[in-house]
Write a protein that binds this ligand. Structure first.
Ligand SMILES: [Zn+2]
Length: 350
Protein backbone atom coordinates (compact mmCIF):
# COMPACT_ATOMS: atom_id res chain seq x y z
CA UNK A 1 0.00 0.00 0.00
CA UNK A 2 1.19 3.51 -0.72
CA UNK A 3 2.54 5.49 2.22
CA UNK A 4 0.90 8.78 3.25
CA UNK A 5 2.65 11.70 1.57
CA UNK A 6 5.28 13.58 3.52
CA UNK A 7 5.56 17.35 3.25
CA UNK A 8 8.10 20.12 3.84
CA UNK A 9 11.71 20.40 4.93
CA UNK A 10 13.53 23.21 6.72
CA UNK A 11 15.47 25.61 4.47
CA UNK A 12 18.25 25.56 7.07
CA UNK A 13 21.76 25.87 5.65
CA UNK A 14 20.68 25.48 2.04
CA UNK A 15 20.38 29.25 1.74
CA UNK A 16 24.16 29.54 2.29
CA UNK A 17 24.94 26.82 -0.25
CA UNK A 18 22.79 28.47 -2.91
CA UNK A 19 24.02 32.03 -2.30
CA UNK A 20 25.39 32.26 -5.87
CA UNK A 21 21.83 32.67 -7.09
CA UNK A 22 21.55 35.83 -4.98
CA UNK A 23 24.94 37.37 -5.66
CA UNK A 24 25.42 36.42 -9.30
CA UNK A 25 21.99 37.11 -10.77
CA UNK A 26 23.32 38.76 -13.95
CA UNK A 27 25.81 35.95 -14.68
CA UNK A 28 23.21 33.27 -14.05
CA UNK A 29 20.71 35.08 -16.30
CA UNK A 30 23.32 35.20 -19.07
CA UNK A 31 23.97 31.46 -18.74
CA UNK A 32 20.25 30.78 -18.88
CA UNK A 33 19.91 33.02 -21.98
CA UNK A 34 22.71 31.08 -23.66
CA UNK A 35 20.87 27.82 -22.92
CA UNK A 36 17.63 29.31 -24.26
CA UNK A 37 19.50 30.27 -27.47
CA UNK A 38 20.48 26.61 -27.87
CA UNK A 39 16.90 25.42 -27.37
CA UNK A 40 15.48 28.02 -29.77
CA UNK A 41 17.71 26.55 -32.53
CA UNK A 42 16.04 23.13 -32.25
CA UNK A 43 12.96 21.81 -34.09
CA UNK A 44 9.55 22.60 -32.62
CA UNK A 45 8.27 19.98 -30.24
CA UNK A 46 5.09 18.49 -31.66
CA UNK A 47 4.66 15.59 -29.23
CA UNK A 48 4.48 15.51 -25.44
CA UNK A 49 7.69 14.30 -23.81
CA UNK A 50 5.75 11.86 -21.59
CA UNK A 51 2.68 10.57 -23.48
CA UNK A 52 3.51 11.55 -27.09
CA UNK A 53 0.14 13.27 -27.52
CA UNK A 54 0.12 16.07 -30.10
CA UNK A 55 0.86 19.42 -28.44
CA UNK A 56 1.54 23.04 -29.26
CA UNK A 57 0.55 24.93 -32.36
CA UNK A 58 0.28 21.58 -34.26
CA UNK A 59 -2.64 20.75 -31.97
CA UNK A 60 -4.12 24.24 -32.33
CA UNK A 61 -3.22 24.90 -28.69
CA UNK A 62 -2.74 28.24 -26.99
CA UNK A 63 0.37 28.48 -24.84
CA UNK A 64 -0.10 28.00 -21.10
CA UNK A 65 2.51 30.71 -20.49
CA UNK A 66 5.80 32.10 -21.69
CA UNK A 67 8.98 33.03 -19.88
CA UNK A 68 12.50 33.99 -21.03
CA UNK A 69 11.56 33.81 -24.76
CA UNK A 70 10.06 30.32 -24.42
CA UNK A 71 6.42 29.22 -24.72
CA UNK A 72 5.08 26.36 -22.62
CA UNK A 73 2.16 24.12 -23.57
CA UNK A 74 0.12 21.90 -21.29
CA UNK A 75 -0.41 18.45 -22.79
CA UNK A 76 -4.17 17.87 -23.26
CA UNK A 77 -3.71 14.12 -22.64
CA UNK A 78 -1.40 13.76 -19.61
CA UNK A 79 -1.06 17.33 -18.33
CA UNK A 80 2.73 17.50 -18.74
CA UNK A 81 4.08 21.01 -19.39
CA UNK A 82 6.38 21.05 -22.44
CA UNK A 83 8.47 23.88 -23.84
CA UNK A 84 7.84 24.58 -27.52
CA UNK A 85 11.25 23.28 -28.70
CA UNK A 86 12.74 19.80 -28.50
CA UNK A 87 15.53 18.84 -26.12
CA UNK A 88 17.41 16.64 -28.57
CA UNK A 89 21.06 15.52 -28.73
CA UNK A 90 22.18 18.74 -30.37
CA UNK A 91 20.68 20.76 -27.51
CA UNK A 92 22.33 18.50 -24.93
CA UNK A 93 25.73 18.85 -26.60
CA UNK A 94 25.43 22.64 -26.47
CA UNK A 95 24.25 23.08 -22.88
CA UNK A 96 25.87 20.34 -20.82
CA UNK A 97 29.33 21.82 -20.77
CA UNK A 98 31.87 20.11 -18.56
CA UNK A 99 32.55 22.13 -15.43
CA UNK A 100 36.11 22.99 -14.53
CA UNK A 101 37.33 20.56 -11.93
CA UNK A 102 40.63 21.19 -10.24
CA UNK A 103 43.33 18.57 -10.53
CA UNK A 104 44.25 18.89 -6.87
CA UNK A 105 41.70 19.07 -4.11
CA UNK A 106 42.25 20.56 -0.70
CA UNK A 107 40.94 19.46 2.67
CA UNK A 108 38.59 22.45 2.42
CA UNK A 109 37.06 20.99 -0.78
CA UNK A 110 36.45 17.74 1.03
CA UNK A 111 34.72 19.57 3.89
CA UNK A 112 32.52 21.44 1.43
CA UNK A 113 31.69 18.15 -0.28
CA UNK A 114 30.70 16.52 2.99
CA UNK A 115 28.62 19.53 4.08
CA UNK A 116 26.70 19.48 0.83
CA UNK A 117 26.20 15.72 1.03
CA UNK A 118 25.03 15.84 4.64
CA UNK A 119 22.76 18.87 4.22
CA UNK A 120 21.10 18.04 0.92
CA UNK A 121 21.57 14.33 0.16
CA UNK A 122 21.47 12.48 3.50
CA UNK A 123 17.78 13.41 4.03
CA UNK A 124 16.94 12.19 0.50
CA UNK A 125 18.79 8.91 1.13
CA UNK A 126 17.15 8.47 4.55
CA UNK A 127 13.74 8.91 2.96
CA UNK A 128 14.44 6.04 0.57
CA UNK A 129 15.68 3.74 3.34
CA UNK A 130 12.76 4.57 5.67
CA UNK A 131 10.19 4.10 2.91
CA UNK A 132 11.59 0.71 1.86
CA UNK A 133 11.74 -0.40 5.51
CA UNK A 134 7.98 0.20 5.71
CA UNK A 135 7.62 -2.20 2.78
CA UNK A 136 9.67 -4.84 4.58
CA UNK A 137 12.91 -4.27 2.64
CA UNK A 138 15.91 -4.37 4.95
CA UNK A 139 19.02 -2.27 4.40
CA UNK A 140 21.15 -5.27 3.52
CA UNK A 141 18.72 -6.23 0.75
CA UNK A 142 18.72 -2.83 -0.93
CA UNK A 143 20.71 -2.80 -4.19
CA UNK A 144 20.84 0.55 -5.92
CA UNK A 145 21.90 1.87 -9.30
CA UNK A 146 22.05 5.68 -9.29
CA UNK A 147 21.79 7.06 -12.82
CA UNK A 148 23.21 10.52 -13.55
CA UNK A 149 25.15 10.33 -10.31
CA UNK A 150 26.92 13.65 -10.91
CA UNK A 151 29.53 14.22 -8.22
CA UNK A 152 28.35 11.16 -6.31
CA UNK A 153 26.64 12.96 -3.44
CA UNK A 154 23.64 10.63 -3.35
CA UNK A 155 25.69 7.43 -3.68
CA UNK A 156 28.00 8.73 -0.96
CA UNK A 157 24.99 9.53 1.27
CA UNK A 158 23.53 6.03 0.85
CA UNK A 159 26.90 4.53 1.78
CA UNK A 160 27.11 6.77 4.83
CA UNK A 161 23.75 5.36 5.91
CA UNK A 162 24.96 1.79 5.59
CA UNK A 163 23.82 0.74 2.12
CA UNK A 164 26.69 -1.33 0.80
CA UNK A 165 25.35 -2.39 -2.59
CA UNK A 166 25.14 0.94 -4.37
CA UNK A 167 26.78 2.04 -7.60
CA UNK A 168 26.49 5.20 -9.60
CA UNK A 169 26.88 5.84 -13.30
CA UNK A 170 27.73 9.21 -14.79
CA UNK A 171 28.59 10.50 -18.26
CA UNK A 172 31.09 13.17 -17.21
CA UNK A 173 34.59 11.78 -16.64
CA UNK A 174 35.79 14.80 -14.57
CA UNK A 175 32.77 14.45 -12.27
CA UNK A 176 33.42 10.73 -11.82
CA UNK A 177 37.05 11.47 -10.92
CA UNK A 178 35.99 14.20 -8.52
CA UNK A 179 33.42 11.91 -6.83
CA UNK A 180 35.88 9.06 -6.49
CA UNK A 181 38.60 11.33 -5.10
CA UNK A 182 36.28 12.94 -2.58
CA UNK A 183 35.13 9.52 -1.38
CA UNK A 184 38.52 7.85 -1.48
CA UNK A 185 36.88 4.96 -3.29
CA UNK A 186 35.56 4.18 -6.78
CA UNK A 187 31.91 4.86 -6.05
CA UNK A 188 31.06 5.94 -9.62
CA UNK A 189 31.68 4.54 -13.09
CA UNK A 190 31.94 6.63 -16.24
CA UNK A 191 29.52 5.49 -18.97
CA UNK A 192 28.54 6.84 -22.39
CA UNK A 193 25.03 8.18 -22.93
CA UNK A 194 24.00 5.65 -25.64
CA UNK A 195 24.80 2.76 -23.26
CA UNK A 196 22.70 3.91 -20.32
CA UNK A 197 19.39 2.29 -21.33
CA UNK A 198 21.01 -1.14 -21.77
CA UNK A 199 22.91 -0.79 -18.47
CA UNK A 200 19.60 -0.12 -16.71
CA UNK A 201 17.86 -2.98 -18.52
CA UNK A 202 20.44 -5.54 -17.34
CA UNK A 203 21.34 -4.11 -13.90
CA UNK A 204 21.15 -6.59 -11.03
CA UNK A 205 19.46 -4.14 -8.63
CA UNK A 206 16.05 -3.71 -7.05
CA UNK A 207 16.17 0.11 -6.91
CA UNK A 208 17.10 2.59 -9.63
CA UNK A 209 17.44 6.24 -8.63
CA UNK A 210 17.36 9.47 -10.64
CA UNK A 211 17.94 12.48 -8.41
CA UNK A 212 17.33 15.55 -10.57
CA UNK A 213 18.02 13.54 -13.72
CA UNK A 214 14.86 12.41 -15.59
CA UNK A 215 14.16 15.96 -16.80
CA UNK A 216 17.57 16.08 -18.54
CA UNK A 217 17.39 12.76 -20.41
CA UNK A 218 16.94 13.30 -24.14
CA UNK A 219 15.98 9.67 -24.89
CA UNK A 220 13.65 9.36 -21.91
CA UNK A 221 11.48 6.79 -23.75
CA UNK A 222 14.41 4.35 -24.02
CA UNK A 223 15.26 4.70 -20.33
CA UNK A 224 11.63 4.19 -19.26
CA UNK A 225 11.35 1.14 -21.53
CA UNK A 226 14.52 -0.33 -19.96
CA UNK A 227 13.03 0.15 -16.48
CA UNK A 228 9.83 -1.55 -17.60
CA UNK A 229 11.74 -4.54 -19.00
CA UNK A 230 14.13 -5.10 -16.07
CA UNK A 231 11.80 -7.02 -13.77
CA UNK A 232 14.41 -7.09 -10.98
CA UNK A 233 13.79 -3.39 -10.49
CA UNK A 234 10.98 -3.09 -7.94
CA UNK A 235 11.34 0.58 -7.01
CA UNK A 236 12.29 3.74 -8.87
CA UNK A 237 13.18 6.81 -6.82
CA UNK A 238 13.33 10.16 -8.58
CA UNK A 239 13.14 13.88 -7.99
CA UNK A 240 11.89 16.10 -10.80
CA UNK A 241 10.91 19.76 -11.31
CA UNK A 242 7.18 20.44 -11.23
CA UNK A 243 4.93 23.02 -12.84
CA UNK A 244 4.56 25.07 -9.68
CA UNK A 245 4.49 28.45 -7.97
CA UNK A 246 8.16 28.93 -8.93
CA UNK A 247 7.19 28.96 -12.63
CA UNK A 248 4.76 31.79 -12.01
CA UNK A 249 7.26 33.77 -9.91
CA UNK A 250 9.80 33.38 -12.72
CA UNK A 251 7.39 34.41 -15.46
CA UNK A 252 6.56 37.56 -13.49
CA UNK A 253 10.23 38.43 -12.71
CA UNK A 254 11.98 38.36 -16.08
CA UNK A 255 15.07 40.20 -14.80
CA UNK A 256 15.72 37.51 -12.20
CA UNK A 257 17.51 34.25 -12.86
CA UNK A 258 15.12 31.45 -13.83
CA UNK A 259 16.40 28.48 -11.85
CA UNK A 260 13.39 26.34 -12.57
CA UNK A 261 11.86 26.58 -16.07
CA UNK A 262 14.25 27.27 -18.92
CA UNK A 263 17.97 26.60 -18.96
CA UNK A 264 18.40 22.84 -19.09
CA UNK A 265 14.81 22.27 -17.87
CA UNK A 266 12.77 22.07 -21.07
CA UNK A 267 9.68 20.40 -19.62
CA UNK A 268 7.94 20.24 -16.25
CA UNK A 269 6.09 17.44 -14.53
CA UNK A 270 2.61 17.61 -13.04
CA UNK A 271 0.74 15.21 -10.74
CA UNK A 272 -1.10 13.81 -13.76
CA UNK A 273 1.95 13.40 -16.00
CA UNK A 274 3.82 11.59 -13.20
CA UNK A 275 0.91 9.21 -12.83
CA UNK A 276 0.84 8.67 -16.60
CA UNK A 277 4.59 7.95 -16.65
CA UNK A 278 4.40 5.46 -13.76
CA UNK A 279 1.37 3.66 -15.28
CA UNK A 280 3.05 3.42 -18.69
CA UNK A 281 5.89 1.30 -17.25
CA UNK A 282 3.78 -0.74 -14.82
CA UNK A 283 4.59 1.19 -11.64
CA UNK A 284 2.49 3.07 -9.10
CA UNK A 285 3.17 5.80 -6.53
CA UNK A 286 4.50 4.27 -3.33
CA UNK A 287 6.03 7.07 -1.23
CA UNK A 288 6.25 10.80 -1.86
CA UNK A 289 8.01 13.66 -0.16
CA UNK A 290 7.10 17.09 -1.34
CA UNK A 291 9.19 20.11 -0.51
CA UNK A 292 9.80 22.96 -2.88
CA UNK A 293 11.99 26.03 -3.15
CA UNK A 294 9.15 28.28 -4.26
CA UNK A 295 9.33 30.63 -1.28
CA UNK A 296 13.12 30.73 -1.50
CA UNK A 297 12.75 31.66 -5.18
CA UNK A 298 10.27 34.39 -4.30
CA UNK A 299 12.54 35.67 -1.54
CA UNK A 300 15.53 35.70 -3.91
CA UNK A 301 13.60 37.50 -6.66
CA UNK A 302 12.40 40.21 -4.30
CA UNK A 303 15.96 40.65 -2.97
CA UNK A 304 17.32 40.90 -6.52
CA UNK A 305 14.64 43.44 -7.48
CA UNK A 306 15.38 45.50 -4.35
CA UNK A 307 19.08 45.46 -5.30
CA UNK A 308 18.21 46.50 -8.84
CA UNK A 309 16.12 49.36 -7.40
CA UNK A 310 18.98 50.36 -5.09
CA UNK A 311 17.07 49.57 -1.94
CA UNK A 312 19.74 47.81 0.15
CA UNK A 313 18.33 48.74 3.56
CA UNK A 314 14.87 47.50 2.73
CA UNK A 315 16.40 44.26 1.47
CA UNK A 316 17.94 43.83 4.90
CA UNK A 317 14.66 44.59 6.67
CA UNK A 318 12.85 42.22 4.33
CA UNK A 319 15.28 39.39 5.11
CA UNK A 320 14.85 39.84 8.84
CA UNK A 321 11.06 39.76 8.56
CA UNK A 322 10.63 37.16 5.83
CA UNK A 323 13.20 34.45 6.59
CA UNK A 324 11.72 33.47 9.97
CA UNK A 325 8.42 32.74 8.14
CA UNK A 326 9.84 31.01 5.09
CA UNK A 327 9.61 27.37 6.21
CA UNK A 328 5.99 27.78 7.32
CA UNK A 329 5.04 29.55 4.08
CA UNK A 330 6.70 26.83 1.99
CA UNK A 331 4.94 24.15 3.98
CA UNK A 332 1.59 25.63 2.93
CA UNK A 333 2.70 25.56 -0.72
CA UNK A 334 3.88 21.95 -0.31
CA UNK A 335 0.61 20.80 1.29
CA UNK A 336 -1.37 22.43 -1.50
CA UNK A 337 0.69 20.29 -3.96
CA UNK A 338 2.12 23.41 -5.61
CA UNK A 339 5.79 22.80 -4.77
CA UNK A 340 8.59 23.24 -7.28
CA UNK A 341 10.05 19.76 -6.73
CA UNK A 342 8.81 16.30 -5.86
CA UNK A 343 10.65 13.26 -4.50
CA UNK A 344 8.75 10.13 -5.37
CA UNK A 345 9.30 6.39 -5.04
CA UNK A 346 7.22 4.35 -7.43
CA UNK A 347 6.78 0.61 -7.04
CA UNK A 348 6.28 -2.10 -9.64
CA UNK A 349 2.71 -3.37 -9.71
CA UNK A 350 2.75 -7.05 -8.96
ZN1 LIG B 1 1.32 14.22 -22.46
Amino acid sequence: MAQPRKYSKSVGDIIKIKSDFFEKNEDMLKLSAHQADALLMQPKRTKCKICHGVIGKAAGQEELYHSQRMSYYECPVCGHVNSEYEDNEDFASRVYIADDYLANYSEDDRKKYETRRDTIYIPKAQFLIDSLAKDGVKKKNIKVLDDGAGSGYFVSALRQLGIEQVDGIEISEPQVQFANTMNGDDILTQVDAPDIASIIETADVNVVTFIGVLEHITNLDDVLEALKKNKKVKYIYFSVPMFSMSCIFEASHQNCYNRHAGGTHTHLFTESSLKYMADSIGFTEYATWKFGSDMMDLYRMICVCLDQNENPRLREVFGKKFLPMIDEMQEIVDRHEEASEIHMIIKRKS
